[in-house]
Design a binder for this molecule. Sequence first.
Ligand SMILES: *Cc1c(COP(=O)(O)O)cnc(C)c1O
Length: 375
Amino acid sequence: MRAGDLSALSPEYVRRIAPYVPGKPVEELAREYGLAEKDIVKLASNENPRGPSPHVRQAIAEAVAGITRYPDGNGFALKTALAARFGVEREQVVLGNGSNDILELVTQAFLRPGDEAVYSQHAFAVYPLATQARGAIGVAVPARELGHDLDAMRAAITPRTRIVFVANPNNPTGTWLSPGAMKSFVASVPQDVLIVLDEAYNEYLPPTHRSDTASWIANHPNLVISRTFSKAYGLAGLRVGYGLMDVSVADMLNRVRQPFNVNSVAQAAALAALADADYMDESARLNFAGLEQLMRGLDSLGIGYVPSHGNFLLVHIGDAAKVYERLLRKGVIVRPVANYGLPEHLRVTVGLEEENRRFLSALREAVGKSGPGES
Ligand SMILES: *Cc1c(COP(=O)(O)O)cnc(C)c1O
């Protein structure tokens, strides 16, 4: 250990954490490869390529005028709107600095060192991170066809299990569990084990695939639903998400959260975004068209992918590290997922039509296939 290195003072379970690897920022790629930022296409973090609606941008501009004051630490207006939307009590809504915050808060409030949290192999990276940060033990259950194996997850629950995380749809695989499968799983989990149902991509599901999971909480008070404004609502940079849960669970999360965890601009933007149903429908429609465009392009290159229920596609590429690097050189940022146990895949976010085209043409060159008109 280097003199002055104090890392050894940190608990062993913190030192063992493998840090989260975010998508490469546009500015960083521009700096490292001498590219112009405007020529870079970033399809790496599942943001909505349209961003928020004009109506939301207006609400943000107005809220900025008030940033001298602390935000409403209880988020009254936003919680009221969310409670009305989901048919729950305001006291059942907890706001988070992104839904990541909700995931963290559940582990903070409910995990002791040595407790177990169950999640799926290839599931969202924050579940193991948040679990390990509490000195608790993460139990990764082998996936079935890259998706959650709910029967195996149920079987992995022991008397030491406090939390089960389920991502539906899952990131980075895009796999999805039907409402029927989810509902029987929820009913099968012991009442003293919390089920965190992470629905970060719910708004991208077609109406036929959605279900009113919030209404299940009344019969299953151990169910926590987490949602976000980062993905379909286009507000990833503002950091706002929420959880819906039993009042007794919300009470514990509120005790451990920062008193002002969601800033005032984010609260105003989220409130405005909730009212924008038409904009959301159009985003979902564009996403669907973009997914089709990507799938057709990959089909024509003979490259495989996992059918997706989100705004991203998990592409089976072979030497993913090499292809990732080649795409970077062409100014296209996608997401390597080796840290998810998927070294042969890359995750690409659905962009605008032109961005998807840029990705497909860069990919064609990166894998050494010539397209029409090229030799
Ligand atoms: C992006 C994502 C989140 C968290 O996003 P926030 O920006 O923190 O709201 C949570 N779960 C999954 C599965 C995600 O992909």
